[in-house]
Design a protein around this ligand. Structure first.
Ligand SMILES: Cc1cc2nc3c(=O)[nH]c(=O)nc-3n(C[C@H](O)[C@H](O)[C@H](O)COP(=O)(O)O)c2cc1C
Length: 194
């Protein structure tokens, strides 16, 4: 992959919230876990553990406990039946291990979602989730703290970065229903060069 191709890959690796109802193949799921397993982490402590939510029954039960796209009205932001994720991964902190870190979690989920996108699989990291309900649904051991879900599936829409207008960070849908994600211009995020 050339650097230009890699930058295009990164530009496409956005959050997706509507999916084709095509299963994610097992070798792809294996790659997601491998990407998370080998991600960099503080002092190489590796405190994160993962639950694969892939059975149609558990995927269906999970949908009810996920909150989508806070900036959009639910009829626009939340996937409807027939466009919901086909797979979730639950990232958990194993509290029996020392050194849990949100930065480690972010790096692992960044690697995982990039590995998915390399297979053309879109994803959405989910923080607005009903953790106690999901922990009970998944029968998570008490030492596992549910941090985030990640939703996966082959995208049924597009998403692109657009110039930010008036400092407004809110993403929106265009006329085709594709997601537009405003990002601050470089001049605004670059403190300087020393
Ligand atoms: C830690 C974290 C939590 C998130 N939680 C949710 C969520 O609960 N629901 C949702 O629809 N999107 C969620 N997102 C997706 C963000 O809304 C999305 O990353 C942001 O709008 C920027 O879009 P982009 O990922 O395409 O750059 C989350 C993303 C991150 C990184």
């Amino acid at each position: 992959m050339t650097p230009e191709e890699f930058m295009r890959f990164l530009a496409g690796r956005r959050s997706y919230r509507r999916f084709a109802q095509t299963p994610v193949p097992q070798p792809v799921i294996d790659d997601l876990l491998e990407a998370a397993r080998t991600a960099s982490c503080g002092a190489n402590r590796q405190t994160l553990k993962y639950l694969v939510v892939q059975s149609p029954d558990m995927v269906e039960k999970t949908h009810a406990h996920v909150h989508w796209a806070a900036y959009l009205p639910p009829e626009q932001g939340a996937p409807k039946p027939g466009e919901r994720p086909v797979l979730y991964l639950a990232a958990c902190q194993d509290t029996a291990l020392p050194g849990g870190s949100d930065l480690d979690l972010g790096l692992a989920l960044g690697s995982m979602t990039a590995a998915a996108w390399a297979h053309g699989v879109g994803s959405c990291i989910l923080g607005a989730i009903d953790r106690p309900v999901l922990a009970a649904l998944y029968h998570l051991p008490a030492q596992m703290t549910l941090c985030n879900l990640v939703a996966f599936g082959y995208p049924a829409c597009q998403s692109r970065v657009v110039p930010m207008q008036g400092g407004d960070v809110k993403y929106y849908l265009d006329e085709q229903g594709n997601t537009c994600v405003p990002k601050r211009p470089l001049a605004e995020i670059l403190i300087g060069r020393v």
